[in-house]
Design a protein around this ligand. Structure first.
Ligand code: BGC
Length: 392
């Protein structure tokens, strides 16, 4: 595994991207439910997002750094609470803002992939029932309709929902480090709502923007069966990700988000993580997870192309990030050699950013000074970008 990777390790046309989320990077999403929760007296959220890394203003610099490093693709988020800060009140200025980012990406040779929902909701939506509201699908589609000027400015791919399987467990989580302990079973009602929102959004985008490639990004960790626990592991995976992967039927791609593994025992419960190297988020440092996750997802989606739209590691040691990513990419390549149809790799994350209540874990290829917002590329940025051959 110490061989160097090169730009010919992956097929021509393979997408090489980085990923970032709206709320985690923009700052001051004051109309969102997370902002409200973070700023409550006695908030359960340990550290506030605040200015985040000010990407709302500094996006041109972020795009410059990604493009100069050699990436071909750029995944970023659109914040619903900025587009529609009050029910039915669309901010034309916010629409124009995201349209400029898309145009800016295209001008720099980056193909934009946008995420429409990444955990945060407009406060008005959350406060009136959120996803459980009887008109939730219609409300979301109104937001999607308002994005037409953004989507028509050069967006190539859309992820409707970031990790619907995590959205469906969010009400059950008490910390952001759940992957280390195994995931609770997603709420079944929320699971069905996520699927309904996704299918309706895909249909709407197909009608209005037929040029777009549409999918969603599912959190798929490498759940490994202990000897004799194969059936129990299938049962473990079923509500946690298989149901979401199967609901991708008919999509253009499925986004796969992988960080670590879990070992499932015959009782259907995850074993305690082995006493191995850990990351800053307390997850086992296990880069080969990407291979296992992609192999399993590939079997379940049955023919839909996969794109790794998140993979990365929280570490303060950038050499460790390069080591993790090298091993993850070899495991990915091996899964592809064995038949997995994978079209691209997006690294989480372009920049160190707010990790859902915590500033400690640093996933970025670029460091950010939280006082001046100055960006400082880490060696991993140029290293990973160099794997991306410029498209003709
Ligand atoms: C989420 C990101 C998060 C990352 C690392 C994914 O579950 O989409 O928002 O920062 O994992 O925890």
């Amino acid at each position: 595994m110490n061989r160097d990777l090169s730009s010919s390790t992956f097929p021509p046309g393979f997408l090489w991207g980085t990923a970032i989320g709206a709320h985690q990077s923009e700052g001051n999403n004051v109309a969102s439910d997370w902002w409200y929760r973070e700023n409550l007296a006695g908030s359960p959220v340990a550290e506030r997002c605040g200015d985040a890394i000010d990407s709302y203003h500094r996006w041109p610099e972020d795009l410059d750094l990604a493009a100069q490093a050699g990436f071909t693709d750029y995944r970023f988020g659109i914040e619903w609470s900025r587009i529609e800060p009050a029910d039915g009140a669309i901010s034309r200025a916010a629409v124009a803002h995201y349209r400029r980012i898309v145009q800016g990406a295209v001008a720099r040779g980056l193909r934009p992939m946008v995420t429409l929902h990444h955990f945060t909701l407009p406060l008005w939506f959350a406060a009136t029932g959120g996803w459980q509201h009887q008109d939730a699908v219609e409300r979301f589609l109104n937001y999607v309709d308002a994005l037409a000027p953004v989507l028509e400015a050069g967006v190539v791919r859309v992820e409707t929902i970031n990790e619907p399987n995590i959205v469906a467990v969010l009400p059950l989580l008490t910390s952001g480090t759940s992957l280390a302990e195994g995931l609770p079973v997603p709420d079944n009602a929320l699971t069905q709502i996520m699927i309904a929102v996704h299918r309706a959004t895909v249909e709407r985008l197909r009608v209005r923007h037929p040029r777009l490639e549409v999918g969603w990004g599912v959190s798929v960790q490498d759940y490994q069966a202990e000897p004799g626990a194969e059936a129990a592991t299938e049962a473990y995976c079923e509500p946690r990700d298989h149901v979401f992967l199967r609901a991708s039927k008919g999509d253009d791609f499925v986004g796969i988000h992988t960080y670590t593994r879990g070992r499932i025992g015959a009782d259907g419960l995850p074993l305690p993580a082995p006493d191995n190297e850990q990351t800053q988020t307390g997850w086992e440092f296990y880069p080969a997870a990407l291979g296992g996750a992609v192999r399993r997802a590939s079997r379940v989606v049955d023919g839909i192309p996969l794109i790794v739209t998140e993979n990365g590691v929280a570490t303060s040691d950038d050499a460790r990030r390069i080591r993790y990513t090298t091993q993850a990419l070899y495991a990915l390549r091996a899964a592809m050699d064995d038949g997995a149809d994978v079209r691209g790799y997006f690294h989480w994350s372009l920049l160190d950013n707010w990790e859902w209540g915590h500033w400690g874990p640093t996933f970025g290829l670029i460091a950010v000074d939280r006082t001046t917002f100055a960006r400082t590329p880490k060696p991993s940025l140029a290293w990973l970008g160099a794997l991306a051959p410029r498209q003709p």
